[in-house]
Design a binder for this molecule. Structure first.
Ligand SMILES: Nc1ncnc2c1ncn2[C@@H]1O[C@H](COP(=O)(O)OP(=O)(O)OP(=O)(O)O)[C@@H](O)[C@H]1O
Length: 657
């Protein structure tokens, strides 16, 4: 941009942007000098030398304060200064390293004093606005600084004041030397920017001599990581000086904030949050297996969505691979034979072992049938036990003689507790000392529940063993109520171990780690099996933690199995080992002579081989007339095994007692 264009724009601050753009265009037609603003003409005719002087002042301000300003001011006050004085002044004005074009152009005075010439007037008018700007150091009085013609032109003052700030900009004259150093270029510049107000009367019919591009060139895609925040453009515009309004903007112009370099975030490690940069990744589309997709789509979706779904499915190709081709019967390759063997093995395994759920259902039905078939109404003492266990959550041990309904009561308790923990069945664990007793109530052995194997190790070892077993550990952690049936066969030491294990696994110092215990059994019945080398076993009630583990001990007294109370009493005395004389006499009165003709011997043995052994023994030691005829028949097919000889056999005389 040259100085001439700057001057023109400064004189017409109210021009529309389109007009300003046109002012910058050197090919615009120039108007006659008669159209010149009279304010310009009056000022130019009066102080033609002001242009050179104030141009130098403006440059001086751009270069910095100059002590020769005082001399300059004095020169300005003399509007009719001689040319020699102006030459000296010019020398003073451009003492800096930058050579003034006027110092090299002695005829600047004559050039400037041709005020009648419209071109120079325009330039002089531009320079003449310099005196209206008060100097920062020593503002001269307006009356002394201005020529009378300027003072008289009051209408132009306000306009000039607004222009001072623009012309006083140090950068406004930076390129003056390059443009004015050559007189020809200077004249061309002046002529190119000489316009009058009437130049813009035809703005509406103006035809621009450029062609609007069909499409804008694509803007460079801004890097996402360097995108400023939404508030940045405005902040940048407020803090950074925008380019001079008279700067020529290339077409097509970019947005304003594109003229500034992109501002980097404060902390490059933590860029400002931009939602556009943190958009969630597109969710991966889930697809069903092909067979599922076909069924689902065929049933529920229309044809259009079906094709789309299948297309997606095929594209993703995340289907399950098809099974291997089935081996044909005549395929005798090694792999085919191996495959057939595998299939047969799997088939036979499935047939031999019923599913776990099926087994559980059979057991449960067995237990339910036992409970419901008899249509038993619990006695008051039995109901009391149920209330303590189910409603109050107490740890209970209930016992009683044979036939008092311990097993019946236990099944009723389990049924109620299953209802209580219906939403979390793992809270209830049903166990028994033996497998047979456990099957009777639909549970598992106590050892199996605890995950301790035989449970012969010490407690720390058993705890480690349990912690390695996730299922066993989970059982200990999840169980809230533990049922133990047939407790008479539980070893006392084992009971203490279990209590300590529960405290450590559950990290609860209470007995059994706070687990509610429901224990039943009759200690007058089968005792625990003693360890090898020990003569006697330790009962559970002898355990150190027994009393602290049990809140209530209840003895059932009502016998339901025997209807004869005398016979029930006799059995109870035998249970306690304190048989009265009357009981002994009553048993003796039942004695009668036995007739072998009425005797039918049965062998109770777990294996048929033992029945054969029984028959062999009978044939060997019994009288021939006492040997059953059936055994004689069986003897012919006996295949006795030597290893089974001498084993104890139990002979029952079903015809007696
Ligand atoms: N409340 C009851 N009302 C009627 N009959 C009952 C009741 N409780 C138990 N019985 C019956 O008493 C019999 C014996 O019951 P159960 O087997 O439960 O006694 P038990 O104490 O477990 O005997 P054992 O100690 O010998 O195992 C069963 O035939 C059962 O039906």
């Amino acid at each position: 941009m040259n100085a001439g264009t700057t001057c023109v724009l400064a004189l017409r601050p109210s021009l529309s942007p389109s007009s300003q753009t046109r002012l910058l265009r050197p090919e615009l037609p120039r108007q006659p000098s008669s159209c010149l603003n009279p304010w310009f003409a009056a000022f130019a005719s009066t102080s033609s030398s002001y242009g050179a002087i104030m141009l130098g002042r403006a440059r001086d301000r751009a270069k910095g304060a100059d002590p020769s300003n005082s001399a300059t001011n004095s020169t300005v006050n003399s509007a009719t200064a001689s040319s020699s004085t102006k030459s000296d002044l010019a020398k003073h004005r451009f003492l800096s390293s930058t050579r003034s074009p006027f110092s090299q152009q002695p005829d600047i005075t004559s050039w400037a004093t041709s005020a009648s010439q419209p071109r120079s007037t325009a330039l002089s008018a531009t320079h003449a606005i310099g005196p209206f700007k008060p100097r920062s150091g020593n503002p001269p009085p307006l009356s002394a600084a201005r020529p009378s013609s300027i003072i008289a032109n009051a209408a132009g003052m306000s306009r000039a004041n607004s222009l001072v700030s623009i012309c006083s900009n140090a950068g406004s004259f930076e390129d003056r030397e390059s443009s004015l150093a050559k007189p020809q270029s200077h004249r061309a510049a002046v002529s190119s920017v000489f316009v009058s107000e009437e130049d813009f009367s035809d703005d509406d019919t103006l035809e621009l001599d450029y062609e609007c591009p069909a499409s804008l060139p694509p803007l460079p895609a801004p890097s996402k990581s360097k995108l400023p925040s939404t508030a940045q453009p405005s902040a940048a515009a407020a803090t950074t000086d925008p380019p001079p309004p008279t700067s020529q903007i290339s077409w097509p112009s970019s947005p304003r904030h594109h003229m500034f370099p992109p501002q980097k975030p404060q902390n490059p490690q933590k860029p400002e949050y931009d939602p556009s940069n943190h958009a969630l990744p597109q969710a991966k589309k889930r697809t069903l297996p092909k067979t599922w997709a076909q069924e689902t789509v065929g049933a529920n979706q229309n044809n259009e969505s079906t094709s789309a779904f299948r297309a997606t499915d095929d594209a993703n190709s995340s289907t399950t691979p098809l099974p291997n081709k089935r081996a044909l019967p005549w395929d005798t390759t090694q792999s085919a034979v191996k495959e057939r063997r595998k299939q047969l093995k799997t088939q036979s395994k499935n047939e031999a072992q019923p599913p776990q759920d099926e087994m559980r259902a059979i057991t449960d039905s067995h237990v339910t049938q036992k409970t419901t078939a008899s249509a038993i109404s619990l006695s008051s003492e039995q109901q009391r036990v149920i209330d303590l266990v189910v409603k109050e959550g107490q740890s209970v041990f209930f016992t009683g003689p044979a036939g008092t309904g311990k097993s019946v009561l236990m099944r009723a308790i389990i049924s109620e507790l299953k209802k209580k923990w219906a939403r979390d069945p793992e809270r209830l664990s049903v166990t028994a000392s033996t497998g047979l007793a456990a099957c009777n109530i639909g549970g598992q052995t106590l050892h199996s529940f605890a995950g301790i194997g035989l449970g012969k190790e010490d407690v720390p070892t058993l705890v480690k063993k349990i912690r390695r077993n996730a299922k066993a550990k989970n059982r200990w952690l999840r169980t809230k109520t533990l049922v133990i049936d047939e407790v008479s066969m539980v070893d006392g030491d084992l009971f203490d171990k279990l209590s300590q294990i529960a405290r450590e696994i559950r990290k609860n110092g209470r007995a059994f780690g706070g687990i509610q215990l429901i224990i039943t059994g009759d200690f007058f019945q089968l005792p625990p099996v003693p360890d090898a080398g020990k003569k006697e076993a330790k009962f559970a009630f002898d355990a150190a933690t027994w009393n602290t583990s049990i809140d209530h001990t209840i003895g059932l007294t009502q016998v339901f199995r025997q209807k004869d109370p005398q016979f029930a009493g006799m059995l109870n005395e035998m249970r306690l080992g304190k048989i009265s004389d009357n009981t002994v006499q009553t048993f003796k009165d039942l004695a009668r002579p036995l007739s072998f003709d009425d005797v039918r011997l049965d062998a109770v043995a777990p294996r048929p081989e033992l029945v054969d052994l029984l028959a062999e023994l009978l044939l060997a030691h019994a009288r021939p007339d006492q040997v059953p005829r059936d055994l004689v028949k069986q003897r012919q097919g006996l295949r006795l095994r030597s290893q089974q000889r001498g084993r104890p056999l139990l002979l029952l005389d079903t015809g007696g007692f």
